[in-house]
Design a protein around this ligand. Structure first.
Ligand SMILES: Cc1cc2nc3c(=O)[nH]c(=O)nc-3n(C[C@H](O)[C@H](O)[C@H](O)COP(=O)(O)OP(=O)(O)OC[C@H]3O[C@@H](n4cnc5c(N)ncnc54)[C@H](O)[C@@H]3O)c2cc1C
Length: 397
């Protein structure tokens, strides 16, 4: 395994920075048309930001990380992470981009050309959307304990039964990438065996959604999803039955980077608001930004954000190069989410009492950045990974 000690300066080449800058400039073209006020209005109206999504498709941004032969715009996780960061930097974070980016990885890497054309190609223009479902009420972080089960039918298809929880954007998605067991956990020798990936058409009979009451300021809401005898065709299975765990982990590493990008962008967005406010607001006759207690807090957060950004770019580059990027992706998400929390916390402190006025839009950022320390994977699991796989310490759970 490549440990972080092998990270070197050559990875952040001028070419890499140009690739990131191109994506970010294109993203700015879209967020200028659809800024934070637009997304806040969509949240208020509880509707999907269709106009923004279509424009991202028109600009070719939704096709990032998908090969051009399948209707994508090429590039890799580096580019789509840069997009996620750029959207968040403008105050327009979208969970859908995280889940779409994640859901497409195993299909592009392990699906048949027909499956890629059917499920992935239409997402590049924004014609269809995908969500991702792994979390279950009784399994939580321990995904291997999931009980959602797909059983083979005589006709060569599958029947799906079970439930998933916290599924972002399930109402607005056309397809869902579901991780299910095809052999029960109690019947496998190793817990990684017997898991499979399926793509569901959300209009299939037997799928029922219940909206959860989640307090995070995004346009995507979360759902409890029930599968009651959902009939799936044979081509719903991605890769080989029972071998889905490895495919899933490839996708999860990219999800960590997408989450890191969103966290870093949102952290920088909050920090820019704090800096602007601290230059204007005066107490004791001086701008509050001149007081070191605040200035250092903001400077510390900025340094953390930049360090996390370097780690994220480096991990994305490794992922795209086909290297084992697990350690780096986990560290990037850990550091990115912590930096974002530090930045929003500094912004709250800087705004004093006004930080808690929703109209200043600072306290509204808090649930989202705090969420990043818990989802898509909690930071404790990332530390467990680093302890066990990078430092070689005994497994603790
Ligand atoms: C807004 C939102 C959006 C989400 N979107 C999606 C989605 O689109 N698709 C999807 O599948 N899921 C989604 N999730 C689910 C999310 O990934 C889970 O909530 C998260 O993985 C944690 O699972 P849990 O909530 O069951 O926590 P639990 O598993 O109950 O864990 C609770 C806490 O215990 C600690 N903990 C647990 N295990 C260990 C351990 N081994 N070592 C140390 N500490 C541990 C951690 O601090 C953790 O935060 C979303 C959640 C939210 C809130």
């Amino acid at each position: 395994m490549n440990t972080p000690s092998t990270v070197n300066g050559n990875n952040t080449t001028a070419a890499l920075r140009t690739r990131i800058r191109d994506v970010q400039e294109a993203a700015r073209g879209v967020t200028t048309m659809y800024p934070r006020s637009y997304i806040l209005q969509c949240i208020k109206e509880d509707r999907f930001p269709d106009e923004l999504w279509k424009k991202l498709g028109e600009f070719g941004l939704l096709g990032l990380s998908v090969p051009e032969e399948y209707g994508g715009s090429g590039g890799g996780v580096l580019e789509i992470t840069a997009l996620n960061e750029a959207l968040a930097l403008a105050g327009v974070p979208t969970l859908f981009l995280v889940v779409t980016g994640l859901a497409r990885v195993p299909i592009v890497r392990h699906g048949t050309p027909e499956q890629i054309r059917k499920f992935v190609t239409p997402t590049c223009s924004g014609e269809t959307k995908m969500c991702f479902a792994i979390t279950e009420p009784n399994a939580g972080t321990n995904s291997f304990a999931m009980s959602t089960l797909a059983t083979r039918t005589d006709a060569g298809g599958w029947t799906l039964n079970g439930q998933k929880v916290f599924i972002s954007g399930a109402r607005d998605a056309d397809h869902m990438l579901v991780v299910a067991r095809t052999t029960k956990a109690s019947e496998v020798k190793r817990r990684t065996e017997g898991m499979s990936l399926f793509v569901l058409d959300m209009k299939t009979p037997g799928i029922e959604l219940t909206q959860l009451n989640i307090q995070v300021e995004t346009a995507e809401r979360q759902y409890l999803v029930f599968f009651d005898g959902v009939e799936l065709p044979a081509d719903a299975l991605i890769g080989e039955a029972g071998k889905g765990a490895k495919l899933m982990f490839e996708g999860l590493n990219s999800e960590r980077l997408l989450a890191a990008g969103a966290a870093i962008g949102l952290g920088d967005y909050a920090l820019s608001k704090a800096v602007a406010y601290s230059k204007e607001r005066k107490t004791f006759g001086k701008p509050i930004g001149s007081y070191q207690a605040l200035q250092h807090r903001m400077a510390q957060a900025k340094a953390q954000l930049e360090a996390a950004r370097l780690m994220t770019d480096n991990a994305a580059e490794r992922f795209d190069a086909g290297e084992d990027a697990g350690a780096h992706a986990n560290m990037a998400k850990l550091l990115g989410s912590q930096a974002a929390v530090a930045a929003v916390d500094a912004a709250l402190q800087t705004h004093g009492g006004y930080g808690f006025d929703r109209d200043y839009d600072i306290v509204t950022l808090w649930p989202m950045v705090r969420l990043m320390e818990i989802a898509p994977i909690n930071n404790e699991m990332l530390l467990n990974y680093i302890g066990e796989h990078v430092l070689g310490l005994p497994k603790s759970y």
